[in-house]
Structure formats: structure tokens, C-alpha cells
Design a protein around this ligand. Structure first.
Ligand code: SF4
Length: 176
């Protein structure tokens, strides 16, 4: 087994102990670096920093950050929930490592998009066809991966916007 044991440490945000969010860190003896390119290939919109050996992704709605000897997961109501999720992340790591022969590893370094850079490529007509009140609201959701570009009919269908569409598609392809 790639990762047989993780030692959990539960903590509250240091600046505000009144907050109800619980985070957890799992300390590992093994170096997690070798499994990161495989997880980077299979986890949607993962953000990989190869030189720093850091991988960030969302798993079951929670933010996960892997470093060589550490798994950090955030956003839990209590410690039991946090420990259960840490176990599932450990399982994910082991299952991914076991399947590595079937996976083409990726060292692609995606980055988080800024809403403004997405907005600049949208039609900016606020036509509402996407269901949002403004193009900027849509840009925020698109940058965060909460909606797809297909909801904006003008950018997808207007030949006059082909250049912007191409740039936007390329940007989204590399989005974390
Ligand atoms: S459909 Fe496109 S152009 Fe219309 S409001 Fe939405 S993002 Fe803007």
C-alpha cells in the first residue's frame, strides 16, 4: 500500500476560534510527491505546482492540499467528519496509485482564473441569456468553475466573437 498510515491533527482557524469550521491535517511518513502527477491527471481542475511539490484540488466539496508529507482538508462541521474525510482522501491516494499503470501522469500546471480576465473576453452586453443578471456575474461563476461556457450563447455562436471564444476556451482548458 502506497500510504498505509496518516496521523490526523484537527485544528480550528488560529485567528478565530469562534468559527465553526474544522480543518484537518494528516501527517504522513511517505513522500506523496510521486502520486501527485497521477492525481493531477484524474482530479478535475487540480492545481499542481511541480517545483514546490504541491497539489490542490476539491474532493467531495472540500478543498484538499497535498504537500510531500502532509494532507490538509478544510471545511468540516466537526472532528469526526474531518477524520472520516481524511480517510477517504487516503483511500483516493492509494486507489490512484494502484491504478497508475492505467493513468497518464500529468505535470500540467493549471492556475486559478480571475473573474476580470474572463469578463474581458465575454460580450459584455448583459443580455441575460445565460440566466445571470450581468456578464460579470457570469464571469465570476465561470472563473470558479461553477458554470460552463456553453451557457453563454453569444460567445459560443457569434462568428464575430471567434477570437475571444478561442482565447476563453484556451484559458478555461488550463483553469484550476
Ligand atoms: S449570455 Fe453571455 S453575453 Fe449574455 S449576459 Fe450572459 S455572459 Fe453576458
Amino acid at each position: 500500500m502506497f500510504l498505509p498510515m496518516v496521523h490526523p491533527e484537527i485544528f480550528l482557524p488560529p485567528c478565530d476560534h469562534t468559527r465553526e469550521t474544522v480543518n484537518i491535517i494528516g501527517r504522513c511518513m511517505n513522500d506523496l510527491s510521486p502520486v501527485m502527477p497521477y492525481l493531477n491527471a484524474v482530479m478535475s481542475r487540480a492545481a499542481y505546482q511541480g517545483s514546490a511539490h504541491i497539489l490542490r484540488f476539491r474532493f467531495e466539496g472540500h478543498p484538499v492540499t497535498l504537500q510531500p508529507h502532509e494532507i490538509a482538508v478544510g471545511g468540516f462541521a466537526d472532528g469526526d467528519e474531518a477524520v472520516a474525510m481524511l480517510t477517504r482522501v487516503q483511500q483516493l491516494i492509494n486507489e490512484t496509485w494502484d491504478r497508475r499503470q492505467e493513468i497518464t501522469p500529468s505535470t500540467l500546471e493549471r492556475r486559478r482564473l480571475q473573474a476580470l480576465e474572463v469578463y474581458k473576453l465575454l460580450p459584455r452586453t448583459n443580455c441575460g441569456a445565460c440566466g445571470e443578471t450581468t456578464c460579470f456575474v457570469f464571469a465570476n461563476k465561470l472563473a470558479a468553475g461553477k458554470v460552463g461556457i456553453d451557457l453563454c450563447a453569444p460567445i459560443c455562436q457569434d462568428d464575430a466573437l471567434a477570437d475571444a471564444r478561442g482565447q476563453l476556451m484556451a484559458m478555461l482548458e488550463l483553469a484550476a
